[in-house]
Design a protein around this ligand. Structure first.
Ligand code: GLU
Length: 479
């Protein structure tokens, strides 16, 4: 146990929670719980142009629905708050000024037009686009004059012009970047807000973060961050950059190819248990070849050493398989409760608890996400609709005989056990001398709306005797 270990999930509220972000959050959570450290949630909301109204609320709700509890963060103030970067802007300003005073950052007055032109020219010359450093050369008095004139400016970091930087990523070991590949990063924007890079480093330091675990897309930012740690004279945290999430064709997982928002998965009836289990295996592998884990079991098994280097393919078939497993095996009452909203949305009456329970018992064996439970249950509600062809089948003599026989027999008593229905199936088929398709197709179609499907005893068990009889009556002499 190491109570000093502090990790964080630091999402930017730009809309929804991406499954990749859920994985980042989960691995941080698992690591913190495993070692007895702290898991912090920090909202990185300083990019006002990308801010989406309602996304923080949505994010907090989704994390809660998924079951990832944080120790410090919004609505759970700890020693190191506030946990919204937009409430910490004074701090970033102070640190940016400190960098200016130290001579490791500078004011840059270049206009957007100038920067666009610079970029275009560099691309045309087949150079990597990068700030050319013109404002590095401004003297102190030139800078003061421009500020006095009210010229708009940003603050940039003075990246070394030569040499290289080597650092250790827990997954990759040694990583080296030449400094000339690194841009003079903007730290403070002209609107007075910090960029991600400054705010992130300042906060990781002030919040005493010991391990940064995040997506691989941030690996190339590490040199800038480490340079900031160096000039502030702060100890950097350990870092681990998680492999990319990929589509089956190995392209980067994107919204275009399907769902990526955790809330969309939840709405479709993917269970939190499934999402946690599935996402845990995207880039991490347990010791054996076991695949099913609860969150508590994951905490026990988790180790940073078992994170994979290669990108992880998001396999929707596997997700469906796993969800179907959980829908079938978690407590029936839990599935009953989670399914309620789909029936309500579909306007189906589930006030008969006994019937509803039977429906879920039946339907949960047949779905891989809960929103599909409606399709598997529709036939137990309301009146069935039949095609002309169905009606032709009903009007056959043998079908009418079966219906009359069953109406008569079923009416003999109110409660029927599965076994009694099964016996009736046998008895009626023998007595009427109607067998196989000729027997089952019309009977099942009349009761269930489809000639294929579950046993007659299951159908009647759910419908109850009265509904079964009235459905059969509807099929007597069809027009
Ligand atoms: N705010 C960044 C994001 O949205 C956080 C990256 C990091 O963890 O440093 O992904």
């Amino acid at each position: 146990m190491n109570g000093d270990i502090r990790v964080r999930f630091a999402p930017s509220p730009t809309g929804y929670l991406h499954v990749g972000s859920l994985r980042t959050a989960l691995y941080n959570y698992l690591y913190a719980r495993k070692v007895g450290g702290k898991f912090i949630l920090r909202i990185e909301d300083t990019d006002r142009t990308r801010f989406v109204e309602g996304s923080v609320e949505n994010l907090l709700k989704t994390l809660k629905n998924i079951g990832l509890e944080y120790d410090e963060g919004p609505e759970k103030e700890g020693e190191y708050g506030p946990y919204f970067q937009s409430e910490r802007t004074e701090l970033y300003k102070k640190y940016a000024d400190e960098l200016i005073n130290k001579g490791v950052a500078y004011h840059c007055f270049c206009t957007k037009e100038k920067l666009d032109k610079m970029r275009k020219e560099q691309i045309a010359n087949k150079e990597d686009p990068k700030y050319d450093g013109s404002c590095r050369k401004l003297t102190e008095s030139e800078v003061q004059e421009k500020i006095k004139k009210g010229e708009s400016y940003v603050i940039r970091l003075k990246i070394p012009l030569e040499g290289e930087i080597t650092f250790y990523d827990l997954l990759r070991e040694k990583v080296t970047f030449p400094w000339n590949m690194v841009d003079d990063q903007v730290l403070m924007k002209s609107d007075g807000y910090p960029t991600y890079h400054l705010a992130n480093v300042v906060d990781d330091h002030l919040m005493k973060i010991t391990h940064v675990i995040r997506g691989e897309e941030w690996l190339s930012s590490v040199p800038k961050h480490l340079y900031l740690y160096r000039v502030f004279n702060w100890k950097p945290p350990k870092m681990l950059h998680l492999p990319l999430l990929l589509n089956p064709d190995k392209s980067k997982l994107s919204k275009r190819q399907g769902d990526v928002a955790v809330e969309d998965f939840l709405n479709k009836g993917y269970l939190p248990e499934t999402l946690i289990n599935f996402v845990a295996l995207l880039g991490w592998h347990p010791k054996g070849d076991r695949e099913l884990f609860t969150l508590t079991e994951l905490v026990k098994e988790f180790s940073l050493k078992r994170i994979n280097k290669a990108g992880a393919v998001f396999d929707i078939e596997k997700l469906n398989w796993m969800n179907a497993h959980y829908i079938r095996h978690l407590k029936l009452d839990y599935i009953i409760n989670r399914s309620r909203t789909y029936f309500e949305q579909a306007g189906l009456d589930i006030s008969d608890d006994k019937k509803y329970k039977k429906i879920i018992t039946f339907a949960r064996e047949r779905v891989s996400h809960l929103d599909d439970i409606i399709r598997q249950s529709m036939m137990f509600f309301g009146d069935l609709e039949f095609s002309e062809e169905d009606k032709r089948l009903f009007s056959q003599k043998t079908s009418q005989k079966i219906f009359l026989y069953w109406i008569r027999e079923l009416n003999n008593k109110n409660e029927w056990s599965d076994e009694e229905i099964n016996n009736l199936v046998k008895k009626s088929s023998e007595e009427l001398e109607i067998k196989g398709k000729d027997f089952y197709f019309p009977l099942r179609l009349a009761l269930f709306g489809s000639s294929h499907g579950p046993d007659i005893s299951i159908i009647i068990g759910i419908l109850g005797k009265d509904t079964a009889v009235s459905r059969l009556k509807n099929c007597i002499n069809p027009e």
